[in-house]
Design a protein around this ligand. Structure first.
Ligand code: GLC
Length: 611
């Protein structure tokens, strides 16, 4: 007999959608029902609530445009479509990239030239009035920021990107909303249902939680609670005081957020970057991160996506220690996100540069389990946020060691031009600035800085995952100090890496006499090479081989690829025989070589010959 929830789902759908919906529901109903039961089953009216949610989901499926339904069907047939080495991501703020959404669309040729197939535009929904943490304080999930365009512009952008073979990724900021979001305003105006969308505590209860909580912005926004007189208490606000954490112990919050996400999926968004996923569930006596219930929530959300919009990907933004990262993929029976940031790999790459020793990358690689099928790491070099060194504590063994790395980047101790953040154990700065290009004056210094810039990108491109470039890094853009003169941004040094797209540099990108042209050409060469190597697909095993010299990172990918990275200022003579190949190879300071594992031949050369 058909369950009431399935009946409610089907009732909302036209007959031609029934068969597929029924099949998808059958595949995911066990995990969906179980996770929601575990989270909310103890509450009165749970079964009716679940049936109501399925009716809403059915309506959203009925409203899903035919082109997106077709995309769903194609991707269901090829669930690992995003794991291939053809995939390349790019991340940018819409305004900084192209002025607005239309301007971003006008940059499609720039993206295509690089080989981009996935564009993450940082928050573009209507943000809070005034300061908004770069749009991460959302005031409406159903409106585009009017400064950036309209919903029609968004739909047009997604269609144009799709035509160009590029999937649009958008942030789904599900941990919190802005204090001027209607839910927050309603709560502050006394609506008891909406008040329950948030965590409102008295002073003592807040203090009890605070004892074991960390702090995200200890300098700019200390503490995790904000006293809001209209709410008669302390509102949980992990990030800035104007970002109010949502209360996922309330099923109405889950339903409201899940349906908001599916509405956006119907606008053509193909990937959701689930912001701050680690923080979704609170438990007294813990740091309220990575709690088991946060995973149950993500499993339920994934099941809904698999039913309603299976062409859509979920990506976990959980910036946490290596051991916590794989959990965000879930399990074969209960998958969570398709993608997860490999944040400690990124951090370890920069740490290895500072230490001239690749041991932290080797340790992270060793602690990284094989990917489950249909899942991929998101690998990267820089993003709009800081590099947080503390997440490497397990691999580094001591905070002192990480403080040494932070000192290197933040205090001008070497070539790098970074700025300290979060009390010093984090760094801001563009990839070029951190690689030493900003400070380089001689040809020799420029050459070495470019090698370092390409070294960290090479790691992201060949480790195994979907590599995402951060806007401007392909042009070796320097730090942007202008934020210091803007009172709305001066307190948050992450703005140093959020400069507007540099037209002058873009015009220089083919000029091989300029550092910009060399960075762009070097990066494109690695990207092209990657595309030709099936062993660089996400799921192919990646092993960090034992190397005789601590500065050498030797990554074996599958049967054919051996990628060597020299993290030091010394020339290394590498014994390839010891790595299973033949002969020796001299690796210049901060240089890399992608080789055929057996013959030791440069894969790059093979590629040049093939062209
Ligand atoms: C994520 C974003 C970051 C933002 C925070 C709060 O970590 O990447 O920029 O400040 O969430 O939304």
């Amino acid at each position: 007999m058909m369950s009431t929830s399935l009946r409610r789902l089907l009732d909302a759908l036209p007959a031609h959608q029934h068969a597929a919906a029924q099949q998808r529901f059958a595949r995911r109903q066990a995990v969906l029902g179980d996770r929601l039961q575990r989270l909310y089953g103890h509450l009165p009216g749970h079964a009716a609530w679940f049936d109501g949610l399925m009716a809403e989901v059915g309506q959203l499926m009925a409203a899903r445009p035919a082109t997106l339904q077709a995309l769903d069907a194609t991707r269901e047939d090829r669930p690992d479509w995003f794991c291939s080495p053809d995939m390349l991501g790019y991340s940018a703020y819409a305004d900084r990239f192209g002025g607005n959404l239309r301007g971003a669309a006008a940059r499609i040729p720039h993206l295509r030239e690089l080989g981009v197939t996935y564009l993450h535009l940082l928050p573009f929904l209507r943000p809070r009035a005034g300061e908004s943490d770069g749009g991460f304080a959302v005031a409406s999930f159903d409106e585009v920021d009017p400064r950036l365009g309209s919903m029609a512009d968004l739909e047009d952008l997604t269609a144009r990107l799709r035509e160009a073979g590029i999937s649009l990724c958008a942030d789904m900021i599900l941990n919190h909303v802005a204090d001027d979001h209607p839910w927050a305003q309603g709560a502050a105006a006394g609506d008891p249902g909406l008040r329950d969308f948030f965590h409102v505590l008295d002073r003592d209860a807040a203090a009890a939680y605070e004892r074991t909580l960390g702090q995200v912005f200890p300098e700019a926004a200390p503490g995790n609670f904000t006293h809001v007189p209209a709410m008669g208490g302390w509102v949980w606000s992990t990030f800035y005081p104007f970002q109010w954490d949502l209360n996922y112990a309330n099923p109405a919050v889950f339903a409201a957020v899940a349906t908001a996400m599916l509405r956006l999926a119907n606008r053509g968004i193909e990937v959701f970057r689930l912001d701050s996923t680690a923080f979704l569930w609170k438990r007294l006596g813990t740091d309220c991160m990575n709690q088991p219930e946060a995973h149950l929530l993500l499993q339920a959300l994934r099941a809904l996506v698999d039913i309603a919009a299976p062409g859509v990907l979920l990506k976990a933004e959980a910036i946490v220690p290596t051991r916590e990262l794989p959990g965000y993929f879930g399990s074969a029976d209960a998958p969570e996100c398709h993608l997860a940031y490999h944040s400690t790999l990124m951090t370890a790459g920069w740490a290895a540069l500072a230490e001239q020793d690749a041991s932290l990358v080797r340790a992270v690689a060793a602690a990284t389990p094989p990917l489950p099928p249909g899942a991929s790491w998101l690998t990267y070099v820089r993003c709009h946020d800081d590099i947080g060194w503390k997440h490497l504590l397990a691999e580094a063994g001591s905070l002192e060691r990480l403080a040494g790395v932070a000192h290197f980047y933040n205090d001008g101790a070497g070539y790098a031009d970074g700025v300290g953040f979060q009390g010093g154990l984090a760094t801001n700065g563009t990839a070029a600035a951190l690689s030493g290009l900003e400070a380089a004056t001689s040809d020799q210094a420029i050459e070495l800085a470019l090698r370092r810039l390409l070294l960290v990108h090479g790691l992201a491109l060949c480790f195994g995952g979907l590599p995402v470039l951060y806007m401007g890094d392909e042009l070796a853009m320097p730090n942007d100090h202008a934020y210091r003169d803007d009172p709305a941004r001066a307190h948050d040094s992450r703005w140093i890496q959020r400069a507007p797209f540099d037209e002058a540099r873009a015009a220089q990108r083919h000029d091989l006499a300029s550092p910009t042209g060399r960075a762009h050409a070097g990066l494109r060469r690695l990207i092209r090479l990657r595309r030709q190597l099936p062993d660089l697909a996400a799921g192919v095993p990646c092993t960090a081989l034992d190397a005789a010299d601590p500065a050498l990172l030797a990554l074996a990918r599958g049967e054919h690829v051996l990628a060597l990275f020299n993290f030091s200022a010394r020339t290394l003579v590498v014994d390839l025989q010891a790595l299973g190949g033949a002969g020796t190879l001299a690796l210049e300071p901060w240089d890399q070589a992608w080789l055929d594992r057996r013959s030791g031949r440069h894969l790059g050369d093979t590629m040049e010959e093939a062209r």
